[in-house]
Write a protein that binds this ligand. Structure first.
Ligand code: NAD
Length: 366
């Protein structure tokens, strides 16, 4: 097994160091190779996704990704901006299904901005389509308007589009994921206004005929945004397009207390994937040693489960994270009165220690 390690920018390098430490104590046979991506790659090679990094990602069985970006690159031409590396990797690796679980750990119920009773035991899965929608539709650009409310004025435009196969494959992924959970899919659209999402709704309904054991509910995106804060536990699997998924998954992230806790997986049709925390490079706290590494460590667990066929090792990491939280250790983003504030490295060390203890316990038991 080969894992491509792409730490990226900002807190990316700090949180990745902790995830790599955790992987190293698992006694699994795999090879890792690290490469530059994002702003760091632009500085060194003049491109956020150099050919060598892309080749490494293509050759690997899985990619563990930190985060990219910094405000200082905002004035670069779009193709050279760090975030283009993620879009490039998704495109070249054929990653179309983004899994974002939003789990509220019992120990963090009070870190959520919602009332504890609304989020206690929350475990939902947002599946976001990654390759289509208004993010990639052509044509797009700037021009002088020939019609509309202000003919002759400068305007910008994008194109929202989805093809039948794109909707079908993400719908299958959602129904299959729901079968392994509570058998309920909520498909989020804006079918009342957008042609693209009326088509989305029609195709999801057609695919549903193959999954009679799974309940399907359709919901408009504005209502979904509301229901996510009103009664989040009513959801099981949420499937939606690229833009709605981008927004709703960040909203769901906050239900759990901190975006620093949320892993994600982006999978291709053969379950090869790119695994990354749901957050960005957090330039505001980069270099301070205070970032929460748990989202990246939990992303590594997802990688072991989905792409590397090591579910037991994934379970061990998740149990170690729970043990560390139960012991009262918290990075600043999830800290509350009565818990112990620790830095990035201390948090990683604590997970490693919990894993080592669980291994000793297992050896003793056997
Ligand atoms: P962000 O997720 O980086 O940060 C949002 C807020 O959450 C900040 O206050 C930050 O300090 C905090 N935060 C994020 N991760 C944290 C962690 N692990 N521990 C503690 N606190 C954490 O989003 P942003 O500020 O909008 O974007 C910053 C940069 O990241 C931008 O350049 C953006 O384009 C980029 N970005 C990259 C990715 C990615 O690499 N996949 C995703 C989103 C944003």
């Amino acid at each position: 097994m080969k894992i491509a390690i792409l730490p990226g920018d900002g807190i990316g390098t700090e949180i990745m160091a902790e995830a790599v430490k955790v992987l190293a104590v698992l006694d699994l046979k795999f090879e890792t190779e690290t490469a530059l991506v994002g702003g760091a790659a632009y500085e060194a090679h003049g491109h956020p996704l150099p050919e060598s990094t892309l080749k490494l990602a293509q050759a690997a069985d899985a990619v563990l990704f930190g985060a990219v970006g910094d405000w200082k690159y905002d004035k670069l031409e779009r193709q050279f901006r760090p975030e283009q590396a993620i879009l490039g990797l998704r495109k070249h690796l054929g990653l179309f299904a983004n899994f974002r679980p939003a789990i509220c750990y019992e120990q963090l119920t009070h870190a959520s901005s919602l009332k504890p009773e609304l989020v206690a035991g929350l475990d939902i899965l947002i599946i976001r389509e990654l390759t289509g929608d208004i993010y990639f539709g052509q044509p797009r650009g700037r021009r002088t308007a020939v019609d509309g409310h202000f003919p002759g004025a400068e305007e910008a435009f994008d194109t929202m589009r989805y093809s039948r196969p794109e909707i079908e494959r993400i719908a299958h992924v959602a129904f299959q994921a729901a079968r392994k959970r509570n058998k309920k899919v909520t498909s989020v659209d804006k079918a009342n206004v957008l042609e693209t999402f009326q088509f989305w709704k029609d195709v999801v309904t057609e695919v549903h005929a193959q999954y009679p054991d799974v309940e399907l509910q359709h919901m408009y995106v504005d209502n979904a945004a509301m229901q996510l804060v009103k009664a989040p536990k009513a959801f099981d699997v949420v499937v939606t397009g690229n833009m709605f998924g981008d927004i709703l998954s960040d909203e769901a992230a906050m239900l759990t207390g901190s975006i620093g806790m949320l892993p994600s997986a982006s999978l291709d049709k053969a379950n090869k994937g790119l695994y990354e925390p749901s957050h960005g490079s957090a330039p505001d706290i980069a270099g301070k040693g205070v970032a929460n590494p748990l989202a990246t460590i939990l992303s590594a667990a997802m990688m072991l489960r989905f792409s590397l066929n090591q579910p037991a090792a994934a379970d061990r990491i998740e149990s170690a994270v729970r043990a560390v939280l139960s012991a009262g250790l918290r990075t600043g983003d999830i800290w509350s009165e009565g818990t112990k504030k620790v830095g990035t490295r201390e948090m990683g060390d604590a997970v490693v220690a919990a894993l080592t203890t669980s291994k000793t316990t297992m050896t003793t038991k056997s």
